[in-house]
Design a protein around this ligand. Sequence first.
Ligand code: GDG
Length: 465
Amino acid sequence: MRLVVVSNRVTIPDRHEKATAGGLAVALREALERHGGLWFGWSGVVGAARQLRETQRGNVTYAVTDLSEAERESYYLGFSNRALWPIMHYRLGLTEFQRSDYMGYLGVNRRFARELAGMIRPDDVIWIHDYHLIPLAAELRRRGVTNRIGYFHHIPWPSADTLTALPFSATLVRTLAAYDLVGVQTRLDARNLVDCLVMLCGAKFDGRRVRLGLRETAVRAFPIGIDVEAFRRLAAASVRQAATPLRATRESLGERKLVIGVDRLDYSKGIVQRLEAFGQFLRSHPEERGRVGLLQIAPPSRSDVPEYAELDRMSDEVAGRLNAQLGEFDWTPIRVVKKAYSRTALAGLYRSAQVGLVTPMRDGMNLVAKEYVAAQNPADPGVLVLSRFAGAAQQLGEALIVNPYDTHEVAEAIRTALAMPKSERIRRFEALYQIIEASGIHWWTRCYLEALAGEPVAAEDVEPP
Ligand code: GDG
């Protein structure tokens, strides 16, 4: 079997990449190397040329294509990121639908299918990733591709009631029937997705598979993980190095404690609400002022989408207001840094923080929660505060679980985390570590690919505990 991976963006690895690439990119590349394979998708380049380019790295072929300016506007910025992203994150008020964007989205999926179909061999297994490419399998089937095709949806899948607000949602959902396997992050996502197929498209569900017309599709939860061992090693090594961000951060903090948040600058991550909660914590517990600081790392993301530009402005405004109201001449309560750091730097920062604050309003899984746990010193670990609306909360029940819409609850959880006795921190850490270790990124790719190949996988292996 040869593996074909398709994703919106494809980054062709260079020699220095290992240190900076995220767990998912590395895991997919490893799976491709194991089976021999092809990775197809957008090059990230916007231009008029649009011809397919192939690059060989070992036994993996990277085939990338450019988008035209109009395609980027409609397919990527428009329908994917202003309609699908917000509605899948339950944010109807932010959902902006334009028919021309939807047409552009279908057009790019059709073109990708045309370019990809010519490269498919009879024994290929095709694995398509994320919401940009939902109709891709249906387009491949129209071109006569009969191979096994799987889809993994990295972000939440909302209720049928929410999704119907999106025009053409039934047509879009129907295209999922072209897949042999649809994977989502949690059981709730799986239930919602099956409901959509049944209620919007009239599919039948027998408890395991959805039947629509002549096709049968399995829908299952595969909670994504991280490379725990690699991340743990990165964090442990950062303690030993001389000029590490860990040491620099510790020196700049003195005896002060550190609360950390790490997220792409995205409204789904609840960054503004988190800053407000930290402000509330300092107001409710004035004795903590001067003794603790929040460091929020927020690399900019999708800045061409207006809602993201607004978030950029709002987060500056809120942090500025809270620092002016609550700070002292020798203490700044909140530091927001809008740039990306290396994974080594992140690992060191996680390890030096007594509290990991992961409070998205909605999140498919949230890998930062797992990275924070992996990076801790087992002898003196920090505490994870986690939103109940992150997929990760289904697995990480030993974190302090909060409702990010309740500023007071998050503020109290910060207080509880900072005051938690070491014995309880260790007990919670050990329970969390065991879970992230048992369901890491390699387990995830293996479970998914076995299920896609039609091999039986025990239900408890793939569903969140
Ligand atoms: C989607 C779903 C799901 C962040 N800042 C820096 C940096 N990061 C890295 C983190 C982490 C990754 O980016 C973010 O992963 P998340 O899971 O938090 O979020 P999304 O990007 O929204 O991903 C999500 C995921 O897909 C996988 O299925 O969990 O729910 O939304 O790895 O560490 N990395 C570096 N510098 C930074 O400044 N190097």
